[in-house]
Design a protein around this ligand. Sequence first.
Ligand SMILES: [Zn+2]
Length: 163
Amino acid sequence: MQLPYAEPLTVREPGERVVPEPPRRGEEGGEPCGICAGKSTAAVWQDEHFSLHPPVGGSLPGAVWLASREHVDSFSDLSPEAAAAFGPVAARVERAILGLGDVGRVHLYRWGDGGAHFHVWFIPRPLGMLEASGMMLPLWEDVLPNVTDEELADAARRVAEAL
Ligand SMILES: [Zn+2]
């Protein structure tokens, strides 16, 4: 693993904690939920529990995010049916992204710090790009040159077709 930045980097002290934390999008007191408002990218696939979306402004074609159809926050808030469906659908998405080719591994992230609507990211680590292993992939994804949003959407549609 290697940071996508040149040395020397120095370790910073963490800042003051902010408690209570500011409300997130889709949380009481926060901005409206963009997913529920239809302001996110259109779904390339959906079933009764989840919808699959391409990102915008990204560098890795094949990246997609999977959202719950219901406005719920995290895994513990999913309905029992959606929670039971998550594993199988995540496996299908992973397999479909691997099927695009040139993918070493599919990383799955649930951050939850931006919006309060359940969504997980599937990010393909390019085959052979060992410096982007583990936690380095989101950093590399950020600094690599973006591809066009059309390219991201095309790759997401190919993932959807393979589901
Ligand atoms: Zn929502």
